[in-house]
Design a protein around this ligand. Structure first.
Ligand SMILES: [Zn+2]
Ligand SMILES: [Zn+2]
Length: 619
């Protein structure tokens, strides 16, 4: 046995110097860890996601040390690395505020400069418990009590001692660039029955330039925040008094939804889907039979009617199965594709709710395809093509992931294998690259997840395709084979956009609220220079409306500049500026939201241009 860094240095002294940790037998360990060379050792180098993880988690320790020095009496809870950064939770006599952050950063910079080693030691549980108990670290004591091992690992840099599994950087000096970003309240262990702690978020990079780029991206994301734009563009609102995580759609938002939903109905009808619909609440026995009651109950809402228990639907599958079962099906009838814009309710903890992207009530563009086993491959490929078409129209790039069997699941091993094989085979035929997400499937089947990339390079979960042999079994769905036997169909659950609410949230941020013409709730605003143009404006407005264009008119006795500014703030694609010249020539002069002006033209020509851009994906 020797330390990881010693073994790495024998093979590649330069690489060992650059390494921030090591990978031994697939596990990330400290460079100082004693390892068996037979485990197949590799360096973890800056530039890899693993290295960034180690860096950020180590920076969380540095932040905790700084906070401890600046705020005596503070208790520390946990400090993991997360996507894009890290946090640490603290318990102090008051909540931390953004004003506290510069002093903490300054102290952290000193700790980085001191280049203190992160030293690891193993200690008997009792010794560690006593140490943290004496120092009033009640959260560490609670964590130690929850551990099964006899020994725990303790890390120390400078005077800061922490209970941690590691791994960490060899020393604090390896931190290249960091920034503290925000503060928030967070319940200990995420449980609202526990004490509220004060969380500080930060991020860290090996390189200053990368940090700068990341901060610029955050700044841009803040400007595009769909919660802020949703309010400014009068699309939707949330109300505590109504219920957390429930969206209220205002006229412009409801119109945007209508446009997307109508587009979806048309696209589904083109591809041989049938429109169907089920009720909002279904008897509890149905959920017991489907397995939702045993495996999904904590995410569901229940109610009672005339002594019968009902579950509010978190998924749309069950009614669709009853439609299938309503008559005898022959092999010739398959595949059957049922589509519903189905409103579902799922319980999400209040702490994770976030604008439109994490809500408790949302609408899925949900379909269930019932087909023969020999049709599964073609059906999955058909859905994948559907996803490609729709994402092309919205202008999103995407990537695919295959999610496999989770711990909590129903169905036989054989069914899971068949379903996973069906999805894998279709992915291979499609020729697209994909990642594997172990254990992230639905409880009734594996799935293909589609993640779209927005204008800022962020990924969002969108379409999913799930293959399910279990529900048809549980609900005894059958079809008559050519030989006259009763056979089981296979069920595919699939969504294309996923949650309409979430998708709209993503669209708002992707376009920064400036929707393309085909999605803009208000496509044209007619503006008058003086009241002499009112009559002509009324005619133009009526003509555009008659041509199916979403136009409004602003005839108020306001300065033109103010009217333009307002239309600009609402990100209306076209403003028609009507003055004396336009009245006299019976034409319109269009101004784009970019500030560019078009040549005066006839109303019919303008209407034809907007109508052509109103085709999905055109403008
Ligand atoms: Zn740690
Ligand atoms: Zn379903």
């Amino acid at each position: 046995m020797a330390s990881a860094v010693e073994i790495l240095a024998q093979a590649d002294p330069k690489g060992a110097k650059r390494a921030v940790a090591a990978k031994a037998g697939g596990k990330i360990v400290d460079l100082s860890a004693e390892v068996d060379p037979k485990d197949g050792l590799e360096p973890v180098l800056p530039g890899s996601p693993e290295a960034l993880d180690v860096l950020r988690h180590s920076t969380a320790h540095i932040m905790a040390e700084a906070v401890r020095e600046l705020f005596p009496g503070v208790k520390v809870a946990i400090g993991p690395s997360i996507e894009n950064g890290f946090y640490y939770d603290f318990d102090y006599e008051r909540s931390f505020t953004p004003e506290d952050l510069p002093a903490i950063e300054e102290k952290m910079a000193q700790i980085v400069k001191d280049n203190l080693p992160f030293a690891c030691r193993r200690e008997p549980k009792a010794t560690a418990r006593e140490y943290f108990g004496e120092h009033g670290e009640i959260y560490k004591v609670e964590l130690i009590d929850a551990l099964d091992d006899d020994e725990v690992s303790i890390y120390q840099q400078g005077g800061f001692v922490d209970l941690c599994r590691g791994p960490h950087l060899p020393a604090t000096g390896k931190v290249g660039a960091f920034k503290l970003l925000s503060v928030a309240g967070a319940y200990w262990r995420g449980d609202e029955k526990n004490r509220m702690l004060s969380r500080i978020y930060g991020t860290a990079f090996f390189d200053r330039k990368e940090l700068k780029r990341h901060l610029q991206l955050l700044e841009e994301a803040k400007k595009r925040d769909h919660r802020k734009l949703g309010r400014e563009l009068e699309l939707f609102s949330f109300h505590e008094e109504l219920g957390a995580g429930m969206v209220v759609w205002h006229p412009r938002g409801a119109l945007l939804r209508y446009l997307i939903e109508e587009f979806e109905r048309q696209e589904h009808l083109k591809r041989g889907y049938h429109l169907v619909g089920g009720p909002q609440i279904l008897r509890r026995e149905m959920w017991e039979r489907s397995g939702h009651f045993d495996h999904y109950r904590e995410n569901m809402y229940f109610t009672e009617v005339e002594g019968n228990a009902y579950g509010i639907k978190p998924m749309n599958c069950l009614a669709h199965m009853l439609i299938y079962k309503s008559k005898l099906r022959s092999y010739r009838d398959l595949p059957l594709r049922y589509f519903e814009l189905g409103l579902v309710h799922r319980h999400e903890k209040s702490g994770v709710l976030h604008g439109l992207t994490r809500v408790r009530a949302f609408t899925q563009d949900d379909a269930h395809i019932l087909c023969r086993p020999d049709q599964v491959g073609d059906e999955i490929l058909g859905v994948m093509q559907f996803v490609t078409d729709v994402m092309g129209i919205f202008g999103f790039d995407y990537h695919l992931e295959l999610s496999t069997r989770p711990e909590k699941s129903i169905g036989t091993d054989e069914d899971w294998e068949r379903a996973t094989e069906a999805l894998t085979a279709s992915l291979e035929i499609s020729g697209r690259e994909y990642d594997i997400n172990e254990g992230d499937g639905a409880f009734y089947g594996p799935k293909i997840d589609v993640k779209i990339k927005d204008a800022l390079g962020r990924e969002w979960q969108c379409a999913t395709i799930q293959c399910d042999f279990t529900l048809p079994e549980r609900f005894d769905l059958t079809y008559v084979s050519p030989e006259g036997n009763q056979e089981r169909p296979v069920m595919l659950h699939r969504v294309i956009l996923g949650s309409i609410e979430r998708f709209i949230g993503v669209l708002i941020e992707h376009f920064a609220g400036a929707f393309p013409v085909w999605l803009a709730p208000e496509q044209v605003r007619v503006l008058t220079v003086t009241e002499r143009a009112d009559e002509w404006a009324g005619e133009v407005h009526a003509l555009l409306r008659a041509a199916g264009i979403r136009a409004d008119a602003d005839l108020r006795n306001e300065k033109l500049g103010a009217k333009i500014r307002e239309a600009q703030l609402m990100k209306v694609p076209y403003m028609l500026i009507l003055g004396d010249k336009e009245v006299e020539d019976r034409v319109v002069t269009a101004r784009l939201r970019s500030g560019k002006n078009l040549e005066p033209m006839k109303v019919d020509d303008f209407a034809a241009q907007v109508a052509s851009e109103s085709q999905p994906g055109r403008g």
